[in-house]
Write a protein that binds this ligand. Structure first.
Ligand SMILES: Cc1ncc(COP(=O)(O)O)c(C=O)c1O
Length: 393
């Protein structure tokens, strides 16, 4: 028995769509990307989508908008900070610091593994301008509370939804609760273009800004009617007019064409993931030796993977348990970054960390996850259960 972390969901349809693009002779960002953006936005109930070459690039552009699009941040401060959970992903954090914001780390809830709204309220200071919510491992944050806090304190709410495509909070898709939301289409994610990312927003001006940031900062991809730059009637001139301090993060037509195929399959994929989650919950819920991720009320997880925190008899025994699981060909990973504050990269980042990080530390020492994907995993999950139960004396 092998229980790998990820699973290739491509078949003939994806391959054929990629070949069609190759045959067309047009490879770089074009019609397919535009079509994918329109369909992706519609699917998740958002007005606009910008496709880029990865979820990390999506985060980079989201933070670059916050820094450079002056109309968004209304607070007057020279030292702006953004509140972020201490368990997340590395490239959720780097763009904050790279765009001259201080990362204001707060602890997560041990139940949901997401940013703890009480900790957010405690960490707000006069320089706080935004909250970055990360929906961890498919699980939605408590957006009712986060939105209330943001409104009360005049903060912007942004979402890293790279692990949680398809998840919903109060019947609204994650990735659409804040001003912008980012997504990853990497292998092992809910939809795979292998490399790829998307930013969703309902704000037209932000969407136009993103389109310029994505490709060299030029104005070329902006519609005639826009509030950022009045184009001249001279197409030759407008080809090389640069209006934002942009990057080159464009996706390929192949990625978009595969994305269009995967988008059609997404509902089916989600149903199988959910079926697996029921088996997982039946096996591992309510056990004295482990804790599974809990969901907020009226929320629907998209179950990126299955996380366990070892407790009771198994607390602090992760090292040997992981060795045993690996020996049995069960692929495991730490609970994402664990407590990100323990990483050597911190010396390069502008950050502050006040308060206790006891939940993140516990997750760091006792957490791990196994894969979930659109394939029946009943045998694999039962095997994992058997291997862990053997450790209880
Ligand atoms: C929360 C989170 N943000 C961002 C990313 C980056 O996505 P990508 O691998 O597409 O760059 C990941 C990667 O899985 C992630 O888990």
């Amino acid at each position: 028995m092998k229980y790998p972390l990820g699973y290739n969901t491509w078949n003939k349809e994806e391959k054929n769509s990629a070949i069609k693009v190759l045959d067309s002779g047009f490879f770089t960002m074009g019609k397919k990307v535009k079509e994918f953006e329109e369909k992706f936005a519609k699917n998740f109930g958002s007005k606009y989508a910008t496709m880029v070459n990865s979820g990390s690039s999506a985060n980079l552009l989201m933070l670059s908008v916050l820094k450079n699009y002056k109309k968004i941040i209304k607070k007057e401060t020279n030292k702006p900070n953004i509140i972020a959970p201490s368990v997340g992903w590395s490239t959720s954090y780097y763009p904050i610091s790279q765009n001259n914001f201080k990362i204001n780390f707060v602890d997560v809830s041990i139940n949901t593994l997401n940013i703890d709204p009480n900790e957010v309220e405690r960490a707000i200071d006069k320089d706080t301008v935004a909250i970055l919510a990360i929906n961890l491992l498919g699980n939605p944050c408590n957006f009712s509370k986060l939105k209330k806090i943001a409104k009360k304190n005049n903060l912007i709410l942004i979402e890293d939804n790279c692990e949680s495509l398809g998840a919903k909070y109060h019947n609204k898709f994650c990735g659409t609760h804040g001003l912008m939301g980012t997504h990853s289409l990497f292998f092992s994610h809910h939809m795979q273009t292998m490399e790829g990312g998307v930013i969703l927003t309902d704000n037209k001006d932000i969407n136009d800004f993103l389109k310029s940031l994505r490709a060299h900062g030029w104005c070329r991809d902006l519609p005639e009617k826009n509030n950022l730059y009045k184009k001249s009637n001279d197409k030759f001139k407008d080809h090389f007019v640069f209006i934002t301090p942009g990057y080159s993060l464009r996706p390929l037509e192949i990625e978009a064409s595969v994305g269009l195929v995967q988008l059609k399959k997404l509902n089916r994929f989600m149903k199988i993931r959910e079926k697996n989650s029921k088996i997982f919950k039946n096996l591992f819920g309510n056990k004295s030796w482990c804790k599974i991720q809990e969901q907020e009320k009226k929320s629907l997880s998209s179950w990126y993977g299955f996380n366990l925190i070892l407790t009771g008899q198994l607390k602090n025994k992760r090292k040997n348990i992981i060795k045993k699981l690996q020996k049995n060909k069960i692929e495991v990973r730490p609970t994402m970054t664990g407590n990100f504050l323990n990483n050597p990269v911190l010396k390069f980042l502008n950050f502050k960390a006040s308060g206790s990080f006891k939940n993140s530390e516990n997750i760091d020492k006792n957490g791990f996850f196994v894969g979930n994907y659109p394939k029946d995993l009943s045998k694999e999950l039962n095997f994992l259960y058997k291997k862990l139960e053997e450790e209880i004396h």
